[in-house]
Structure formats: C-alpha cells, structure tokens
Design a protein around this ligand. Structure first.
Ligand code: SF4
Length: 380
C-alpha cells in the first residue's frame, strides 16, 4: 500500500463507509493495519468505545499516547482516536525538531478520523479570550508576576500562549507539582481551561477558596470579578469545565453510599469540588485505573469518570463490584463520534496516499507549545 505517496488521487469519500457493517469495517481496518505494519499507529483514548479500542495499537490518556507515539522510531502515520487537542499534541510531539532531524525531515502524518471530535472544555477557552484576559489583568496586576498554566486539554494556541509568557502545561497527574513550580516562580497563577482541576488541586495544596476567584470570559469587565478579589488571589481560575465530569453530583455519592454500604468512591479531579470532597480517592484516569487494578477481589467501587472507561474496568475486573457514580449517562459525546466507519475511511485514505483530516499545528505555535510542554517535563 502507498502510505502518503499518491497525493494526486482524489480522496475516498466517507458516505459509502457509513453503510458497511461493523464486521466488514473491522476486517478492512485490520487489513490496513497489517499492510502498513509499524509505520502506522492507531491510538485509542481510554474514553473511546470498545470497537475502536479493540483495534488500537496503544491505549492510554492523551499525553501518554502522544509520548508513546513519539518514542516510536518506525511510525510514519498516526490515527488518533480521541479529540482534536490530543491530535494536535501528538503532531507537535512526534514532529518536534529533533525527531524530524532523526527521520531526515520526514513528518509523521497525524489524522483525526472525525474532525467534529472536539472537546467542550477546550472550546471554553479561546486564545482571543485568554489574550484579552491577560491584557485586562495587566490593568490591575503585574502580569510578570503571574504564571499562566494550561491543562493539556486545551488548544495548541493556549499552550503556545503559556510558552511565550513563562508558563507551563499540566496534566491531571502532575497538576500539583506544576502549580508548586508556578507558585515558586510567581505570586499568582492563571489556570485554564478547567476550573475544577485547578480548584481541587490548589485546595489540596492549602490554597483557600477565597483566593481562587473565577474569570468569566463572557463578563463585561474584569471577568466578572473585582480588582480587590484579583489582588487577593493566588490562583485565578478560568470559567471552564468538562461537560462529562460536571454531571456527577454530590447527591450521587450520598445515594450510592446509602445503597451499597462500604462502597469506595473514586472520582476524576475534573469533577466539582463538592463531589471530590465527598470521594474517598480522586485522581487522573491513570490513577483511577491503578486503584482498581491494585484492589483485592470483592472491592466495591462507585467511579465518577467517563462511562466507557468505567464499563471497561467493570468488564476487566469481574472479581470486583464496580458501579457508575451517576444515574445519568455521562459519556464524552464528541469522542464517541470516532466510530469504525470514520476510522476505516481515514485509514484507507492514509494507505492510498490521500490522507484526510490531517492535523498539523503551524511551526510557530508548535515551537512555543513545546516550550511549555518541555517546562512540564522538567517539573518533578
Ligand atoms: S471527557 Fe471532557 S475534557 Fe475529556 S475530551 Fe470529553 S469533553 Fe473534553
């Protein structure tokens, strides 16, 4: 197969793939994977549906997947079964200058099987809004004394903003270490886009809630806060959230505890402060998986994170009793858009040399984003 050679051919159309059944799509995807071998990596985020995960070469959270792909020497194309910001991060990490030089300048092509797979949280902080916020902050505070910190769940343009302004990227695993680094550097932090990860992390570090005002990018003035509140702040939070994790409520914890005495509640830090305060354990997707893997047979859990991951943990650990924390279906609807039809379509186009849905971050944005990502890697 041609992998990225015959760029003059018209791309295969998506519509016919939508009428194929899953068994056919699965077989055709397997055929492309076999033909391309180690030159192709299919990356499957933990929140992805099972049919897609079954065909993934690597499974993990967004940063883990990008790192693993960047470590591969053979890989020349990636199909990222996740959301847009994840594919951007993969593009920047696998195509960073030293990796490009090792490959004699050959880029790894990163495709997102469905371009509509975005992230509602990432979309809550647009670069124009963050730049306007920074300018407004400059009217009441010394921005030289503020470190911008962006959660990895954000557009590359925000990571680049952090790179340019002495800031840094964090993941849900290293947010505390990153905030400690930032607060050693400056008196204040501007944390975006997820207010809950920022608040939960800083609160656990001893920052009082009244030193964490929330900046509303849609407010007319000073993000809906006041000059006095900003001057008294330590962590300035952005008014953004994950629409999936925001659906878990403190009353869900009470209901599950009443129904299953002795149950342990395990939640993601993108849940609200009230939910995290009631949980027994909270942590990143990786931590949630490790907690379950380390628990003895008979352990009882109520887990507050994306539905597909919880269902998979349940299937993989029949020796434990695992409940979903919410009575409502909380799944990442945008990630769910990546189905076998889109995956097959994007892979057959890759193999035919007519790549579709290619995610390519411009060089300047990638350069500054990598500065912020490298700072994160230096934080222990
Ligand atoms: S689960 Fe939430 S943060 Fe993660 S991709 Fe979906 S909307 Fe974005």
């Amino acid at each position: 197969m041609a992998l990225l050679t015959s760029l003059h051919e018209p791309a295969l159309k998506l519509a016919p793939y939508k009428s194929l059944d899953n068994a056919t799509l699965h077989a055709r995807i397997e055929a492309v994977r076999e033909a391309l071998g180690p030159r192709l990596l299919v990356l499957g985020h933990h929140y992805q549906q099972d049919e897609v995960i079954a065909l993934a070469d690597l499974r993990g959270d967004s940063y883990q997947l990008s790192r693993m792909a960047a470590d591969s020497t053979d890989c020349r194309a990636i199909a990222f079964c996740g959301v847009h910001f994840m594919a951007e991060t993969a593009d920047m990490l696998v195509n960073r200058p030293e990796r490009l030089a090792e490959r004699g300048g050959e880029r790894v092509t990163v495709v997102l099987p469905d371009l509509a797979a975005g992230c509602s949280m990432a979309d809550m902080a647009m670069i124009e809004q963050v730049e306007a916020c920074w300018d407004e902050l400059g009217e009441v505070l010394d921005t030289e004394d503020i470190t911008p910190v962006t959660y990895i769940n954000s557009a590359a343009s925000l990571k680049a903003f952090c790179g340019r302004h002495g800031g840094i990227v964090c993941t849900s695993s290293n947010a505390a270490a990153v905030l400690e680094w930032a607060l050693r550097r400056t008196s204040r932090v501007l944390f975006f886009p997820d207010q809950h990860l920022g608040r939960n992390t800083a609160f656990a570090m001893g920052v009082p809630l009244d030193q964490m005002p929330v900046w509303n990018p849609h407010a007319d003035e000073l993000g809906g806060t006041t000059a006095a509140a900003l001057q008294a702040s330590k962590i300035l939070l952005w008014q953004g959230h994950c629409s999936v994790h925001a659906m878990f409520r403190p009353e869900h914890v009470d209901q599950l505890r009443a129904k299953y005495p002795g149950i342990r509640v395990l939640v993601h830090p993108e849940c609200s402060r009230e939910v995290v305060a009631k949980a027994d354990v909270y942590g990143s997707t990786g931590k949630i998986i490790r907690e379950v893997e380390a628990a003895p047979a008979g352990a009882k859990w109520a887990i507050g994170t994306e539905l597909h991951l919880v269902q998979r943990l349940k299937q993989e650990h029949p020796e434990q009793e695992i409940h979903f924390l919410s009575p409502i279906v909380c799944m990442c609807a945008t990630m769910y858009r990546i189905d076998l039809a889109h995956l097959c379509w994007s892979l057959e186009n890759l193999a035919a040399g007519t790549p579709v849905n290619v995610i390519r971050v411009d060089d300047e944005t990638a350069r500054w984003s990598l500065v912020a990502l490298e700072r994160m890697l230096q934080v222990k």
